[in-house]
Design a binder for this molecule. Structure first.
Ligand code: 9D3
Length: 267
């Protein structure tokens, strides 16, 4: 996979790309990344990349000309390459989107800064627009790194153990349960007995139930799309009953101090 990343801050990428799996993926040639400074494609003595918003209002807007010039120079007429604008208004980045992107040979990522980019980039240059979630970043660079990371680990040969990506699909749609390693007892906290039992079938079932329980408690929305067996559904029905049985009997928790103005001056 080749990524062309357009940014005003290429240095942001160097650290993350030069460590661990992304570094190894580049050393093996499975990942290549070209960082392009948008400023290099701006014209004029000052190489200005942003300007005031038409219609007034706060902040600055990234000018279209340097971004168009950069993409046109980089692609040199090559077609069929997705040109992805990173923006808070984009479609949500999920594992399904990562899988979709991993099928391409080359991807262009455009990182915005300031209040945003001129709408004509979105309308007439970008072929896709992606957000990584509902929180506010200072620019698209960290979002671009998230995409490079999530897509790269899906490329054949990037993860040493092909079982690791198989696991993604095996447990697809569920949160993972707990993992343990040695020692068997740490500060008095023992590893669940079943994991030391040697009973493989019991271990498989226990892990599945842990994943189901955690998903039920933390991300019940995921259960609607998860692939569940009849046995899974029975277990979830039990969790639901247990929850209904204890609902309304929650411990009250610590009492709050009364507001100061209600505390008598003599006390
Ligand atoms: C004041 C309105 N802001 C929109 C919420 C303006 C604004 C804030 C932050 C415009 C751009 C940005 C920078 N963010 C991104 O470029 C970005 C982003 C994000 O903030 N969250 C999640 N995904 C992404 S992808 C690019």
């Amino acid at each position: 996979m080749h990524f062309d990343i357009l940014t005003l801050f290429p240095e942001i990428f160097r650290g993350p790309l030069d460590e661990s799996i992304l570094k190894r993926a580049q050393e093996s040639g499975r990942l290549t990344v070209a960082l392009h400074n948008i400023r290099d494609y701006a014209s004029g003595k000052h190489r200005i990349t942003d300007d005031l918003p038409y219609g007034g209002g706060g902040g600055m807007v990234m000018k279209p000309e340097p971004i168009f010039a950069a993409v046109e120079a980089i692609l040199a007429g090559e077609t069929g390459v997705p040109i992805i604008l990173l923006s808070p208004q984009g479609r949500l980045f999920t594992q399904a989107v990562a899988v979709e992107l991993a099928r391409y040979r080359r991807i262009v990522l455009i990182c915005g800064r300031y209040e945003g980019v001129d709408e004509r980039v979105r309308e007439h240059l970008a072929t896709d627009e992606i957000s990584i979630g509902d929180y506010v970043l200072t620019g698209g660079e960290l979002a671009a790194l998230v995409i490079v990371d999530a897509v790269t680990r899906l490329l054949p040969g990037v993860l040493g153990d092909p079982g690791a990506t198989f696991d993604d699909s095996h447990a697809r749609g569920l949160l993972e349960g707990p993992h343990y390693t040695r020692p068997a007892v740490f500060r008095g906290w023992a590893v669940p007995e079943v994991l030391l039992s040697g009973n493989h079938a019991a271990i498989v079932r226990w892990r599945r139930e842990q994943a189901l329980r955690r998903t039920f408690e933390r991300r019940p929305d995921l259960l609607e799309r998860a692939e569940l067996t009849a046995q899974d559904r029975e277990f979830l029905a039990r969790l639901k009953r247990e929850k209904a049985d204890t609902d309304g009997y929650k411990p009250l928790g610590p009492h709050k101090e009364p507001p100061l103005e209600h505390v008598s001056k003599s006390s």
